[in-house]
Every structure is written in structure tokens, then in C-alpha cells.
Design a protein around this ligand. Sequence first.
Ligand SMILES: NC(=O)c1ccc[n+]([C@@H]2O[C@H](COP(=O)([O-])OP(=O)(O)OC[C@H]3O[C@@H](n4cnc5c(N)ncnc54)[C@H](O)[C@@H]3O)[C@@H](O)[C@H]2O)c1
Length: 252
Amino acid sequence: MSDRINERRHEGRTAVITGAAAGIGRAYALRLAAEGAAVAVLDRADGTAVVKEIADAGGRAIAVQADLTDPASVVAAQGEIAEQFGPVDVLVNNAGIYPNQPFDTMTFEDWRAVFTLNVDALFHTAKAFTPGMRERGWGRIVNMTSNSIGLVIPGFAHYVASKMGVIGFTRGLATDLADAGITVNAIAPSLVRTATAEAGPAEFFDAVPQLQAIHRVQVPEDLTGMLSFLVSDDAAFVTGQTLYVDGGLVRS
Ligand SMILES: NC(=O)c1ccc[n+]([C@@H]2O[C@H](COP(=O)([O-])OP(=O)(O)OC[C@H]3O[C@@H](n4cnc5c(N)ncnc54)[C@H](O)[C@@H]3O)[C@@H](O)[C@H]2O)c1
């Protein structure tokens, strides 16, 4: 499947995409860069392969390594990005974990590990990157939630709780930052074919697409058009929303 590139739509913008060394975040980085944004691939893992893909296609990107669960690491990353690219216009909070684990064997440490990245890290990145957006009176934040909040499959009590938290934070932040020209929205995919998802229970890939209106397995590129829209000027009056891009599984 190929993206429908909206040429140079994001020219002059700088975007930070967390968890962009792989999976959905990588697809987001490639799309925004193809449309003219300078992209910071912010990941705990090495993002230089994605940066090379972007550079080979004529785009502009840097890889910045940070552990998003550590506030000091996020502050250091913000400094590094500011030094190389200047202020950030777009923040995509994509990094997340989704370990499948029945509640009976789930420990509090397991619960906290999910919340520390999926929810707490969004606080850290918002603290680090929104002051610059506020100063310039323009900003876009997009957070990744999941349609599993509407279709709860076994073994995800911590994950579903965290992704509901993402929606709550999206609504609260949208309210508090609207006067600064900053919009905050969330994207809810279905089960998406990434290496991490494929390492989970294989039966999900048979069962979940059958529940969608569109029965094929979702791929990262299915999400990039919505991201591109949400971070564009066209979406200036869209905020506090959760957009389901899930093949019509959740028909809300
Ligand atoms: N794949 C799916 O089926 C699916 C479905 C719904 C929602 N989502 C959400 O989409 C997002 C991306 O999912 P994916 O499947 O592409 O994931 P992925 O595992 O392919 O990529 C996640 C990236 O986050 C990075 N990361 C993990 N912990 C980090 C940390 N502490 N600090 C910095 N970076 C860290 C990893 O290195 C990795 O590159 C997640 O928020 C996930 O919950 C995924």
C-alpha cells in the first residue's frame, strides 16, 4: 500500500515522533518527512536506519535516543532537538508497550511499567515541548490510543486502562492549551501489523480483522493520512478528539 503524499504540506514544521525507530512511528516519520517536515526520531532504540530512509528520499531527520520513562532523559532530548532543529511544532506521542498478560499473574510492577510509558511519558513530553509551542502560538499534539478500549480482549487490563488514560489526558490537555493555538487529539487504531504486534498471540490476527467492517489486517500506512491531517492547518478546529482509524471495528 502506498501513501498518498500531500506534497510539502508540512514544509517549515518540525515534528518529534516518539517510538519512531520501528512500527507505526516509523511510518509516521516517513510520511511527515515526505511532506516536508523536519523529523526527530525520538526512541530508546537506535533510529538511524529510519533517518537514513528519510535522507535517501530527500527528507530531513535526526535520531535522538532517550528513555521516555525518565523525565531527565526527555529534558535532555528536548535540548538536543532544540539545538539541531530549533523549536518543535508537532509532538506525536506514539511510543507505547502492550504486553499481553492475564490479570491473575499481573504484578504491580507489570502494571506500572505500562503506565510509566503509555501515560506518564506523555506528561513528560508535553512538559518539555509545549512551552515552545505556546510561545509561538501554534502546536499540534497527537497521542496514540487503541480501539482495544472498545473491544477488550483478554490479557490487557493494564493496557486498556492506560489507553483510556491517554484519551483523558488528550481531552484535558486540549482544554488547557487551546488558547495557545495548540490542538491535542488521539488516534485509535485496530490491531496493526508491526513486528511487536506479530510477536504477540497469533490468533488475534485471525479474530480482530473479522470484527472490522473492512476485514483485512491493518498496516501502519493506514494511519499516516490521519496523522498528516491532524497536524496540518486543515485540522485547526479539531481538538480533544479520538479518531478511530480501525477499519470500522468500533462504530461509535
Ligand atoms: N501495533 C498495534 O497493533 C497497535 C494497536 C493499537 C495501538 N497501538 C499503539 O501504537 C503505538 C505504536 O505501536 P507499535 O506496534 O508500532 O510499537 P513498536 O513496538 O513497533 O514500536 C514502539 C517503539 O517505541 C520504542 N520505545 C519503547 N519503550 C520506550 C521508551 N521507554 N523510551 C523510548 N522509546 C521507547 C521502541 O523502541 C519502539 O521503537 C503504541 O502506543 C501502541 O500502544 C499499536
